[in-house]
Write a protein that binds this ligand. Structure first.
Ligand code: PHE
Length: 391
């Protein structure tokens, strides 16, 4: 495992200013850029209600005593408070961390909108080795979240775990899924597994006319909190499961536990199968992996699976592969915690159940209108955001 890169806050500041323009310094260790300062999006959605390249605010914090270096992006609070987990990863540099937090926070807005929740989208990334994080860093992260006064509410994501939330929550009340007494009462991974499986059954229904997982070959790529459980439940439903992960020591025991095949990560996308289920990091569906695919369906829990959204979805559509949009099928966690912040939403059970129907509907719209499922999903996000801004 790579060691935590040495903190270099001055370099971070100049790198960020190079990318985002001049900052506003809120205090010695806290920087902010707001929408009026952030450069406009370069992509094709500028001027649309949902523009993943326009954020309301970006914050950078460095805490010298603990060495924490973190970014928080608030993409949109048009529908409600910006919710999103904290991702802890050994990014090469602050620029790579920035790209990730901007993409991830925008995806949270889309996820909330498409799931019918009155919540906005935000995300945090912490630059560092997740296996070497300290309680002091978690505390400093909690103080960072608190400084934003509720503009962003945090939770877990890749590299952070439920048992760390109380350490964060000791310094801020802006943590999802906690009781007033500071106990973790909601896990976002479990409902995410449920909605990924709803999305998978809906996709199987659309492609084969039968939504059952039994007998289907499903390749699960990334078997952490979400992917591991997707594999376990798919196997329990009679699927012929293959698993793979960056870490063999995680995939191998799971494979023997559930009677799945353990395949190499290298070449996993080229496995002949019914479903490829990406459940780790983003950008995995791109111009080099898509031509290799030998599956009928892509449906998994990872955020930002398409390197270019929606352009890479067009490549999938051209190959006749049904793509279940990631932020539609991985919304379970966001739904479960989001209802606590959204007034007037339907019950979480109804919203969780609805994910299957939404996936099926997007696959049908895509078929009918000759657009990708990703484009169909973006249009539905636009519709919700537009009606919120009007009303
Ligand atoms: N990180 C998860 C996601 O991407 C779960 C989560 C949702 C965490 C909302 C916090 C807030 O959806």
């Amino acid at each position: 495992m790579a060691s935590t890169p040495a903190p270099d806050p001055l370099d971070d500041r100049s790198a960020l200013e190079g990318l985002l323009g001049p900052t506003e310094q809120l205090d010695e260790h806290l920087l902010r850029w707001t929408s009026t300062q952030l450069p406009g999006g370069q992509g094709g959605r500028s001027g649309r209600p949902y523009d993943p390249e326009r954020h309301e605010a970006v914050y950078y914090h460095h805490d010298p005593p603990s060495g924490l270096r973190a970014l928080i992006a608030v993409h949109s609070s048009v529908l409600g408070p910006a919710l999103g987990g904290a991702r802890w990863q050994p990014y090469e540099d602050v620029g790579e961390a920035l790209t990730d937090v901007l993409r991830l926070s925008a995806a949270m807005t889309a996820k909330m909108a498409v799931s019918g929740l009155d919540c906005g989208g935000g995300k945090a990334v912490i630059i560092g080795d997740a296996s070497a994080k300290t309680p002091e860093q978690l505390a400093a992260y909690g103080r960072f979240v608190e400084r934003l006064g509720g503009r962003y509410v945090t939770g877990t994501d890749v590299g952070t775990t439920l048992d760390e939330l109380p350490l964060i929550a000791a310094h801020t009340s802006r943590v999802v899924g906690m009781s007033p007494a500071g106990e973790v009462v909601k896990d976002t991974a479990e409902p995410t597994v449920r909605t990924v499986l709803h999305g998978m059954r809906a996709s199987l229904e659309a492609v084969f006319g039968d939504g059952s997982l039994a007998g289907r070959r499903i390749v699960v790529i990334g078997v952490g909190k979400v992917g591991g459980e997707v594999a376990r439940r798919a196997a329990a439903e009679g699927a012929n499961v293959a698993v793979t992960d960056l870490y063999d020591e995680i995939a191998a025991p799971l494979a023997s536990e559930i009677g799945a095949e353990h395949v190499a990560l290298d070449g996993a996308y080229a496995q002949p199968c019914d479903v490829i289920s990406p459940n780790a990091l983003g950008g995995v569906l791109n111009a080099s992996t898509i031509p290799e695919l030998r599956c009928r369906i892509v449906c998994g829990g990872a955020n930002n699976q398409l390197l270019r959204d929606p352009a890479d979805a067009d490549l999938l559509a051209e190959r006749g592969i049904a793509y279940a949009p990631d932020y539609v099928v991985n919304a379970g966690g966001a739904i479960l915690v989001g209802v606590d912040y959204a007034t007037g939403s339907a019950s979480p059970e109804d919203l969780l159940e609805r994910v299957g129907a939404t996936t099926l509907e997007l696959l049908r719209v895509s078929d009918r209108e000759g657009i990708s499922t990703a484009e169909a999903a973006l249009r539905s996000v636009d519709t919700r955001l537009a009606s919120a801004s009007d009303g």
